[in-house]
Design a protein around this ligand. Structure first.
Ligand code: NAP
Length: 306
């Protein structure tokens, strides 16, 4: 299905919003793209890069006459942002979001929703640790998953249109309940970020001399953790404040497993450690095999290691 809109609005022209704007532009999905952001810098950058045709501080101005509105602000601001836009939205328009947590977004948006506005909750699972329009790029979404979490009230035509937008961006699109989405993301994305924030924070708390050595010789695992722990503080604050239950559940299981490994190390139980690491190596292989967009040589390399 191909989609085309006369006017699209993007509220929050940061990394995700500006990358999406680039897709709308290069795939000819919208004739006119209006953006909104709080800061002059974000608005001026988005305009200078040509990813939006006009940029407003007030989201209400951006959404006027828009056929589709993409809300790309941090999770905690999505409900209020959509609420603020409601009076200015065109009847029949679609409003969708890109938030990394879905149950809380649906909970926050529904009370504001006008009966003639069609809401489609969505999460393109693609990103980097960077923020802002200057770091966006149209290829960001290629080959990645986009998860749609429609409610009982979600209009089928609007759902199909949002699916078509993300497919045009090169994404594989799947539908599931918001609760299932939040559980998967808690383990796949939110817990790893929490671990990275913890490890890098622990290094920061070390006595000066050790900390300087850790930073100077940073390599391998720790370096990767610093990249993840360099992710946007506001975005991640909102994720943990809004996916609380699922994250705490994962964290509980993680702590139990960590205790098991701690015990195996203390007891010098090499067999237990080796079994554990062999099991996780198999999971790594499954992850690689499931990623069709992986370079063939990486798959071969892993297979050749037996
Ligand atoms: P970003 O680059 O920091 O952009 C956020 C945008 O929202 C900026 O335009 C910002 O405007 C605006 N904004 C920030 N706080 C706001 C508030 N309280 N009210 C209204 N507007 C506000 O962040 P991003 O990485 O694009 O993330 C945006 C959304 O995408 C989040 O919901 C996140 O969960 C989701 N997401 C992110 C990733 C990822 O890896 N980055 C992946 C998938 C989904 P100013 O610049 O003017 O402050």
């Amino acid at each position: 299905m191909t989609v085309h809109f006369q006017k699209a609005a993007i509220i929050g022209t940061g990394l995700i919003g500006s990358s999406l704007a680039r897709v709308l532009r290069c795939r000819n999905i919208a004739d006119n793209i209006a953006g909104a952001a709080r800061s002059v810098k974000t608005r001026e950058t988005a305009l200078a890069l040509g990813v939006v045709d006009e940029a407003f501080e007030d989201p209400q101005k951006a959404v006027q006459n828009a056929d589709i509105v993409f809300v790309c602000t941090p999770v905690g601001a999505i409900g209020e942002t959509i609420g603020g836009c409601m009076p200015a939205m065109k009847s029949g328009a679609i409003v969708t979001d890109v938030g990394s947590v879905k149950s809380s977004v649906i909970r926050d948006v529904l009370p504001f929703l006008r009966a003639d506005i069609r809401f489609v909750p969505a999460h393109p699972v693609a990103g980097t640790e960077k923020s802002g329009p200057e770091n966006g790029f149209a290829e960001l979404f290629e080959g990645r998953w986009c998860i749609l979490t429609p409610t009982n009230q979600t209009d089928k035509e609007a759902l199909a249109a949002v699916r078509a937008v993300w497919e045009s961006a090169g994404m594989k699109v799947e539908e599931m309940s918001a609760v299932r989405h939040d559980k998967i993301m808690a383990l796949m994305s939110h817990l790893p970020h929490l671990i990275a924030y913890t490890i890098v924070g622990t290094a920061a708390d070390l006595e000066t001399e050790t900390r300087e050595d850790v930073i100077k010789y940073a390599a391998g695992g720790f370096r990767d953790f610093t990249r993840i722990a360099g992710s946007d503080p506001v975005m991640w604050r909102d994720i943990f404040l809004n996916n609380t239950e699922a994250v705490l559940d994962c964290l509980q299981r993680f702590s139990e497993d960590l205790t098991l490994l701690q015990k195996a190390i203390r007891q010098k139980d090499g067999a237990a450690l080796q079994n554990w690491f062999a099991r996780t190596r198999n999971i790594r292989r499954e992850v690689i095999d499931a990623r069709q967009d992986r370079p063939e040589n990486e798959k071969l390399l892993l297979k050749s290691k037996g």
